[in-house]
Design a protein around this ligand. Structure first.
Ligand code: 13P
Ligand code: SF4
Length: 343
């Protein structure tokens, strides 16, 4: 496949582009002022055209900005859904609008595809908190204890562990091992949350998400004091006092499903900022109270670098085959675990 020169595309807000992108803006209008749309629309249009020429799909995490989430994504979801969809896609090219470990997981699940991550610096404080050598040392300290790794880890770490999990299936994964004790890494708070939901003893690594660790229980109680009808929904990467103060705890996909199903009148989403915007766009009957913590890594992905990535077919994610084989086993074991039905 050849690279396309960036100048070959017109990026002006013409009447044709306004008309072609009007249905997208219709979905976004509750969360984006009309004055912003002329900046995004030409990029949205160009990306959607180029995706067809490239036989490409854009997989976008729930934390991507609304213009990516609603404008150019073919599949949106939590990290579990993105891993599954990466495995299923027939497209030649996968653009991962998310962070680097998600793009690596996509490549592990579908090694024959070109997997693009529009900014290679889109990292994750959890993935950076642990190395493969750390896992080998943990195994020496706790011989025979299985190691469960959150997908927010590098391929090198995945290659050293027994099984992966996401925030959407962590309890099921831990219980599927049929053992009294597991090591869970790298997120201490997710591990503690899992320990509170199962009789399996969980040994935790002390990694934290730099976005979720900033929320506090006091902040949640302060919001509750302001609104009588507030329903608080938190991601399990939050500290334990935040989770104790929440009405519901779940992965980003479970948080969205909960709001879509139960339609609480007023919701506090204790997670990354863009998620409330993305669902608010389609749920006019729910009011979102937004304490805003941005993930600087997720925000490295923009319409401009998605377009550039599709034009140049770079930067690509490549994983040496022997490493990929070992890392893939941990992800595949996770995908074989049956999820529990949710309320
Ligand atoms: P989810 O799997 O719940 O989408 O979480 C991924 C993540 O990075 C949250 O910070
Ligand atoms: Fe990593 Fe936290 Fe950003 Fe998710 S929100 S990608 S866990 S730093």
């Amino acid at each position: 496949m050849d690279a396309i020169t960036p100048t070959a595309l017109r990026l002006e807000y013409t009447p044709e582009i306004a008309a072609a992108t009007a249905p997208v803006y219709e979905r976004l209008k509750r969360v984006m002022p009309a004055v912003e749309w002329p900046f995004h629309a030409p990029l949205v249009h160009a990306i959607n055209q180029l995706k067809k020429e490239r036989d490409a799909v854009v997989l976008a995490h729930n934390y991507q900005t609304p213009e990516i989430f609603h404008g150019v994504a073919d599949i949106v979801g939590d990290s579990l859904a993105l891993a599954k969809q990466a495995e299923k896609t027939d497209a030649k090219v996968i653009v991962l609008a998310g962070v680097h470990f998600m793009a690596e997981t996509a490549k592990l699940m579908n090694p024959g595809k070109i997997v693009l991550i529009p900014d290679t610096a889109a990292g994750c404080s959890l993935a950076e908190s642990i190395t493969a050598e750390d896992v080998r040392l943990l195994r020496q300290t706790y011989p025979g204890v299985p190691v469960v790794a959150y997908v927010n880890t590098s391929a090198e770490v995945k290659a050293e562990v027994d099984i992966c999990c996401t925030s959407g299936n962590a309890v099921e994964v831990v219980e599927s091992l049929g053992v009294p004790r597991v090591i869970m890494l790298p997120d201490e708070y997710l591990a503690k949350h899992v320990a509170s939901q199962t009789s399996v003893e969980v040994i935790a690594w002390k990694g934290h998400c730099e976005v979720h660790e900033r929320f506090t229980g006091d902040e949640i109680r302060e919001f509750r004091g302001r609104f009588d009808d507030l329903v608080v929904i938190a991601h399990p990467e939050c500290p334990p006092d935040v989770l104790e103060a929440a009405d519901f705890v779940g992965s980003t996909a479970h948080m969205i499903q909960m709001v879509e199903k139960r339609r609480p009148p007023r919701v506090l989403m204790v997670t990354e900022c863009s998620m409330s915007d993305n669902i608010a766009a389609s749920l006019p009957d729910v009011e979102f109270v937004r304490p805003c913590n941005l993930c600087p890594h997720m925000k490295r992905i923009t319409l401009s670098n998605i377009l550039e990535s599709l034009q140049t077919l770079e930067p690509r994610v490549e994983i040496p085959s022997e490493l990929a084989e070992r890392a893939r086993r941990s992800v595949e074991r996770m995908l074989a675990v049956q999820p529990k039905p949710r309320a």
